[in-house]
Design a protein around this ligand. Structure first.
Ligand code: PMT
Length: 223
């Protein structure tokens, strides 16, 4: 994107997977590396924004000029995001948040006993949906990671979670989704498909996404 395009904007980006503890030495997580979200944070700085990155555990270097907030669980991420909602103009939720967490976190390491063990999971709050309910001046970009019926599922998430844009990610496609350096996405707004991006670096996806968001953000959002 054009340097200066996001001048004066506070951009809040989430990245990486959340970690949901089972006991002191075990947890549930997912394949998100943080690459997509870190690329968005880096590009937003290049476009002149003040950027805060709320990140699950990731080995990636923090892009220059980005304020990092490291979190573990979905509940941690929720708190980090909601407390910064008011001050943000643009929110981009690239993180892969666990939908469920263990109902209880064992205080001690769980001992091996019977032949089977059932782990009860309970639903995590949907952070994006909460943002969608609370938002006023904020422009909100969600992601949708899908393995089937991408258009339908992405549009459904956009309307349920009240996003301004949603990035549909068919993670079953070659070169798309978790861990790699490239992505293949389809970007939608309330009226449907805006742009289908062929395979390209996550950096280029980040740039195009932020240009589309900047085009749609009212100048008044800068105040
Ligand atoms: O990190 P990388 O390795 O580069 O991988 C990038 C990515 C595949 C993680 C990224 O491109 C992506 O698709 N991120 C969204 C992953 C996801 O969890 O999607 P979802 O369809 O389950 O969730 C939809 C949206 O709701 C997302 O914006 C998610 O952040 C948000 N959500 C989901 C659940 C929840 N409890 N709270 C949320 O805010």
């Amino acid at each position: 994107g054009e340097p200066g395009r996001l001048e004066g904007m506070h951009v809040l980006v989430t990245a990486g997977g959340t970690v949901e503890r089972i006991d002191p030495v075990r947890y549930i997580t997912n394949d998100s590396s943080g690459k997509m979200g870190y690329a968005i944070a880096e590009e937003a700085v290049r476009m002149g924004a003040k950027v805060t990155l709320v990140s699950g555990p990731s080995a990636l270097p923090v892009p220059c000029g980005v304020e990092i907030v490291r979190i573990q669980s979905a509940l941690d991420m929720r708190e980090a995001v909601l407390s910064r909602l008011e001050a943000s103009h643009l929110i981009v939720k690239a993180a892969a948040v666990a939908d469920y967490r263990p109902a209880v976190v064992a205080e001690q390491k769980i001992k091996k006993k019977s032949d089977s063990l059932t782990l009860e999971l309970i639903k995590n709050p949907d952070i994006l949906q909460e943002i969608g309910t609370l938002k006023k001046h904020q422009f909100v970009v969600g992601f949708a990671a899908e393995t089937e019926a991408l258009d339908e599922h992405a549009m459904d998430k956009l309307s349920r979670k009240n996003c301004d844009l949603i990035v549909g990610n068919d993670v079953s496609q070659e070169g798309a989704g978790f861990s790699g350096d490239t992505n293949v996405v389809r970007i939608y707004d309330r009226n449907g498909l805006v742009e289908a991006l062929p395979i390209q670096s996550k950096k280029d996806v980040a740039r195009r996404l932020l240009e589309l968001a900047a085009d749609r953000m009212p100048a008044a959002a800068r105040n």
